[in-house]
Structures are given as structure tokens and as C-alpha cells.
Design a protein around this ligand. Structure first.
Ligand code: SAM
Ligand code: SF4
Length: 473
């Protein structure tokens, strides 16, 4: 793949900081959202181009109801035409909440003595993974505070455990990571354990705001975090996820910076981020942040639509931080991955008491539906829940890019694999009513496949019903 270079005041060089806050503000302040230009930019995205910073600024400045409607319509169309009806499901698993940093928005910050600190023992980790497998999960993201205990060897060992634990027909087929920035050597160590995506969120890309929120510890070093995913690339870990924590600084600035980060990775490594995350600040233990940069639901849905159009080939993740109704709406704008049955308390998947307790978790979540409830609701909306991990296991990296740029890729690979992983879920874990709806959705999707692929999928579904597992294209 090849990306056309763009030039900025700070040229892109590997492992060098690239954010120029003044330049980003200049784009935002000097771009007028004329109707024709808004239409042109949306069209360019629908024609499968990643947008330039100037074009993204145009969409961010668009403010009339009709412009906003067109942006949301554009995102919906892009999602419908390119990605279809699949939604990938995963679960977060918190491994340890010890932390030596002082991020003022986070319940895990070191000064928060109210937080109960815990690292899962090897045995507890196994139990959590078994409980997740019993629910039907296949994809995990392991989450850690930043602490000397959670060094690359420790992270790698927890990843290996996740792959090793198998319960019944259950197994974890993809382990992603959300943890502190590492050195090149450290990234190499975790890559060897076979991780999928390594996510690091910059939180806020504005250097001055960043300084105010990150008071102590390694995370106080803005540039070390900004260049972390470059180090991952240097270590050969080319599957990386970026993100910003919305509510810390101006949301329009953060969207611009996420796109700048994307084109930095494209310019230096010829590969954009695999996923973009856009967590919004939620209540956390002893949290006293002002709401100056609070992002309303309306602005939040706008920003998700704009991100979809800005970076049309990237996976977009929306977590259970957000309530069910908003998540359902945002799925229409191109969110491609959501978590289900989420517990973020350490040991939360094996506990009977399921009430949220701010002193035991990082922040509050607002969607407490079980995995099966989420699957049922997706099916009711004719969406296709997927646990697919095929590309990563076949070494087909950059799958979102392929979905987006290789004609027929989705119909040939993604939809069939989604159907096969859903079929496994229906046979192994679903209650009768979910199974009935699930098979109907599989049947409807079968009719859309071309004949040869349809025959192959049908054959594999029969094999799944006879007890074979892990069949993919
Ligand atoms: N400790 C690692 C780090 O900071 O990169 C791992 C990630 S942390 C456990 C996961 C993410 O949660 C952070 O990157 C941040 O964006 C998000 N987060 C922290 N506090 C939050 C809050 N109060 N509400 C919502 N998200 C929050
Ligand atoms: Fe620690 Fe991460 Fe929370 Fe910051 S966001 S206090 S680094 S767990």
C-alpha cells in the first residue's frame, strides 16, 4: 500500500515528535466550512481517500444543521457501503491496577489511596479467562496500570497464559494490549508472545494541557508517549491502536491530532493505525475535574462521524464507557468493534457481586449488558456479530485496509468468517431464543454471498454443527 505524503511544519521522521499545536489551531481557525467544500470533502471520503488536515478542519467547523446532517449521512453511507453489517466483539480484562503515574482523571493514579490495589495472581488470571471463555469470548484486551511490576516479561507471560487457557470449546484467539509505552526491546518481548494490537492513547495531544493532567511518573513525559508507537513499529510491531481521552481538551483539536498521528505513522512506516479509540471521561474514584471541555452526546456523535470520514480505512472502537442507546446509534456511523459483558473491576468476571464500586475500578461503565444481550440486540438490528480473528492468524496484516481497498474482500473473507464465528457461538453458548435469531441472520447473510463462497460457508457450518471449531477463510 502507498500513502501520498503531506507536508507539515514539523516534518515526519521516525521516533520524532510531530505535533505542532499552533499549526493544528491554524488549520481550525482558517478553514471556512462553505457548503460546497463540505460536500466535496464528504465525497472524497466516500471515494475512499483518507482526508487531509485541512479537509478534516472543514468538517469540524461545519456547524449548520444541514451540514451536520450530511456529515452523519456520509459516515452512515461509508459504513454501509464499505463495511456492511459486521460488528466485532471483544472483552477487556484488567490484569493489575497498581500505578506510579499521576493522571488526574484516572482512579488508578498513585495518590488515590481510596483505590484498592491488586494484580491478578496466575491462578486468578486463569479463572478470569475461563469465565470469559464460558461466556463465548474469543478476543481480549489486557489492561494494566503503569508500574515496575508490569514489565514486558510480565505482560508477555500474561498474554501467553491467555492463549494457553482452554475451557470446553472455549479459547482466546486474539490478545490485544492496553498498557504503558515500552522501549523497542520491550515491544519486541511482547510481540514475541503473539499479541494483536498494542494500544496507547495519547489522552490529550495538546502539550500544555497534557502537562496539566499528568503530574508525576513516566507518563508525564509527553514526547515519550507520543513516539511510543513509532518504537513499536521499529520493533516490528506494526499493529497499533491510537486514541484520545475526550473531555480533557478541545474535542476538535483532538480529532485533528488523531488524524495527524495517523498520517505520521503512514509517512514513516507506510501503515496507519489499526484502530482508533475515543474514550470519553467518566466518573472515577476521587475525580474532581472541571467540565470545561465536556463533550456532549451530540458533539460526540459528530466527532465519531467525522473520524469515520477522516480515516475511512481504520477500525473504530467504542467501549462500554458509553450507554447502550448511544452505542447503538454510533454503530451506524462506522464503529467496528465494541466490548460486551464488560467488567473492569480486577477479578470482575469471576465475582458474584456485580455492583460497580469506584474504589475497585478505574472509572464507571454505562453499558452493563451481558455479551448475549448485546448479541441479541445486534441480531435484532440485522447486524452480524463477529469474533473473527482470521487475518491476524493468517498473517494478513492491515486487514481493515484490505477490507477497504481490496474489492470483494469483505464478501469473500470477513462476512463468511463472521458467520462461522457466530455459528460457533450459537452452538456452544447461546440460549435457544438467541440461537433461533442468530441462525436467521446467518441465513439472510448466506443469500448475499456468491454461489461458490456460499457452498464453502455452508459446508463449514455443517462441520461446526458436527463439532469442528476454528474454521476460517
Ligand atoms: N495505564 C496505561 C496507560 O495509561 O496507558 C493503560 C491504560 S489505562 C488503564 C486505559 C485508558 O483508560 C487510558 O489510556 C485512558 O484513556 C482511559 N481512562 C483513564 N481514566 C478514565 C476516566 N476517568 N474515564 C474514561 N476513561 C479513562
Ligand atoms: Fe495509571 Fe494509566 Fe491511570 Fe494514568 S491512565 S493513572 S497511567 S492506569
Amino acid at each position: 500500500m502507498h500513502f501520498s505524503p503531506e507536508s507539515y511544519r514539523i516534518p515526519d521522521e521516525p521516533m520524532r515528535p510531530f505535533i505542532d499545536a499552533e499549526e493544528i489551531w491554524a488549520f481550525l481557525n482558517r478553514t471556512a466550512p462553505v457548503d460546497e467544500e463540505v460536500d466535496r470533502v464528504i465525497d472524497r471520503s466516500l471515494n475512499k481517500h483518507r482526508l487531509t488536515l485541512r479537509e478534516v478542519a472543514t468538517l469540524l467547523n461545519a456547524a449548520t444543521p444541514s451540514q451536520i446532517r450530511k456529515i452523519k449521512e456520509g459516515a452512515r453511507e461509508l459504513k454501509r457501503n464499505i463495511y456492511g453489517n459486521r460488528v466485532v466483539l471483544f472483552a477487556p480484562l484488567y490484569v493489575g491496577n497498581k500505578c506510579s503515574n499521576e493522571c488526574t482523571y484516572c482512579g488508578f493514579r498513585s495518590s488515590n489511596k481510596a483505590q484498592l490495589r491488586k494484580t491478578l495472581s496466575g491462578e486468578e488470571l486463569v479463572k478470569e479467562i475461563e469465565a470469559l471463555e464460558d461466556n463465548g469470548q474469543k478476543r481480549l484486551i489486557l489492561v494494566y496500570g503503569e508500574h515496575a511490576e508490569y514489565d514486558p516479561a510480565f505482560i508477555a507471560e500474561t498474554v501467553r497464559t491467555a492463549y494457553r487457557v482452554k475451557k470446553g470449546n472455549g479459547e482466546i484467539r486474539r490478545v490485544n494490549i492496553n498498557a504503558a509505552p515500552l522501549t523497542i526491546e520491550g515491544f519486541r518481548t511482547v510481540k514475541e508472545a503473539g499479541i494483536g494490537t498494542y494500544q496507547i492513547f495519547q489522552e490529550t495531544y495538546h502539550p500544555e494541557a497534557y502537562r496539566q493532567y499528568h503530574l508525576r511518573g513516566k507518563k508525564a513525559d509527553y514526547n515519550n508517549r507520543l513516539t511510543a508507537l513509532d518504537r513499536a513499529q521499529e520493533a516490528g510491531l506494526d499493529d497499533v491502536g491510537i486514541g484520545a481521552l475526550f473531555g480533557l481538551y478541545d474535542w476538535r483539536f483532538e480529532v485533528m491530532a488523531l488524524v495527524r498521528h495517523t498520517n505520521h505513522l503512514e509517512a514513516c512506516y507506510n501503515v496507519g493505525p489499526h484502530t482508533i479509540s475515543f474514550p470519553r471521561i467518566k466518573d472515577a474514584s476521587m475525580l474532581h475535574l472541571g467540565d470545561r471541555h465536556f463533550v456532549t452526546d451530540e458533539d460526540f456523535s459528530r466527532l465519531v462521524a467525522i473520524l469515520r470520514l477522516a480515516v475511512p480505512y481504520t477500525g473504530m472502537i467504542l467501549t462500554a464507557r458509553e450507554p447502550a442507546a448511544l452505542r447503538d446509534e454510533l454503530l451506524q456511523f462506522g464503529v467496528s468493534q465494541i466490548d460486551g459483558g464488560t467488567h473492569i473491576e480486577l477479578g470482575g468476571y469471576t465475582q458474584k457481586e456485580q455492583k460497580q464500586d469506584l474504589n475497585k475500578e478505574q472509572f464507571l461503565i454505562h453499558d452493563d449488558r451481558s455479551l448475549n444481550e448485546i448479541i441479541e440486540e445486534l441480531l435484532a438490528q440485522d447486524m452480524l456479530p463477529s469474533f473473527c480473528t482470521a487475518c491476524y492468524r493468517l498473517g494478513r496484516t492491515g486487514e481493515h485496509f484490505m477490507e477497504f481497498s481490496v474489492p470483494g474482500f469483505i464478501k469473500r473473507f470477513c462476512t463468511p468468517n463472521a458467520m462461522l464465528t457466530l455459528a460457533e457461538y450459537l452452538v456452544d453458548y447461546a440460549p435457544a431464543e438467541t440461537a433461533r435469531e442468530g441462525w436467521e441472520v446467518i441465513d439472510r447473510n448466506m443469500k448475499q454471498l456468491n454461489e461458490t463462497v456460499g457452498v464453502e460457508v455452508d459446508d463449514r457450518i455443517k462441520r461446526i454443527k458436527r463439532g469442528e471449531r476454528d474454521l476460517y477463510f
